[in-house]
Design a protein around this ligand. Sequence first.
Ligand code: ADP
Length: 548
Amino acid sequence: MPALMGQMMQMPLLISSLIRHAARHAGDTEIVSKRVEGDVHRTTWAGIEERSRRFAQAMARLGCGAGDRVATLAWNGYRHLEIYYGTSGSQLVCHTINPRLFPEQIAWIANDAGDRVLCFDLTFLPLVEKLAPHLGGVQHYVLMTDRAHMPASSAIANLLCYEELVDAEDGRYTWPEFDENTASSICYTSGTTGHPKGAVYSHRSSVLHAYGSALPDAMDCSAADVVLPVVPMFHVNAWGLPYSTALVGCKLVLPGPHLDGKSLYELFEAERVTFSAGVPTVWLGLLTYVQSNDLKFSTFRRTVIGGSACPPAMMKTLQERFSVEVIHAWGMTELSPLGTLSKLKAKHGALPREEQQRLLEKQGRVVYGIDMAIIDDDGHALPWDAKASGNLVVRGPWVIGSYFNRPESPLVSVDGEPGWFPTGDVATIDADGFMQITDRSKDVIKSGGEWISSIDLENIAMAHPAVHEAAAIAARHPKWDERPLLVVVRKPGASLTREELLAFYEGRIAKWQIPDDVAFVDELPHTATGKIQKLKLRELFRDHRLPA
Ligand code: ADP
């Protein structure tokens, strides 16, 4: 007998449906942007939708059609949001590029993606002028500003003005309907090893990710929230927040280039922000400002921290001193990016506070849409006992199946079952499904055949009151192959010696895991996405001699 088919409406999951929903049902809800031009701009979801339509018309007028890639080099702001929706909604592909990458890398990425149009904020005019001769495929350069801020002359011929393009259109445009598996956007991995690789998201994967990430056990977004994504829109689509905030129809506050502690704090207060998201390094800056000026948050209640491990000490400060709930999350570009978030189950309600805290410090549980496993080097699944640590693999409708322009499949098998994406992370999972990352596989410190988690070592250092930031890396050792070396930035004005810091590890970790040495530096190198650059640190300390 043939299967009985469902009789529900066939409506593809398209990104345009998110902005249409927000415009119809939260049309007057505000979108506030700190502009590159220096002022604060206010619009609404209805306003964004209308101008996205005009932007789509403008792109068509420039000759762009289905599948063409439109790149951005831009901060979090309303024009960037309009480009997100205007491109994807009209079957173009939005390619957000991280402007903090080296220019050669940006050029490589833009050429690999085959970008046809490049839209950029005023900040990046000098960068784009330098890049332009190397971007063979880019036919149109759009400066995201108004006529008054256009430069008198530029090394870029025919530089277009965003506001003029949008103003020239009438907005009489209907979002087209097409296959939900069509590409909506592309993001490139940071490429710490080899060339960056492109992850091509689809409309379907982006809408499903928006649903999943808004759930209470995920980011818990609601129309009652005021959301400020500190995570940039050029960093895995600001973790999907431009989509999930439209899905719930809440107020969105976009900080532009102003990401220092003072600017962020003032924006949080002025716009009554309740929820935010970002990597640990931005919270370091914000917390330093708030603490040193003895300030409090009046409305800020919840934040997602991820991208690299959130130090428990930071979590504690936010929770205990500022009553801000920290949701520790793990993900990656290849996962759109959300994989897991740490939220307790009902059964954990009875646990002592400290045990609850230990669970919350982990990277957490998957949301529906992601499945995970840990495997050994032979591809066998390891037990979920919080002890066995192995290579973390995932699968799901918002996980990549292949990279852009790369024929070879990245997928692996688990106990003979194909179709899992290897994350390159090493993790444990407990019986309740709480996953904890112990390391990137290439960052693990291998001492005499045993593995030491660099994240554990860093978390302990970060709990010391005199430590601003810390990184644990492997240093060569004649007997043990590798031993941990801690590279530390002291808090301003704090004094701390190697011996004091090493003594702090006693009783907090097994003796053989205590670092062999500490190097104090003024600053740690960070990647373009705000993570500590372990590769660079390992190079810098290649010849470091550990004490005998
Ligand atoms: P993203 O751009 O979202 O940071 P990347 O693809 O650049 O994603 O990097 C993903 C990697 O970042 C993960 O594979 C993992 O190593 C690391 N990472 C992300 N979140 C966490 C976290 N909460 N704890 C530890 N590592 C994390």
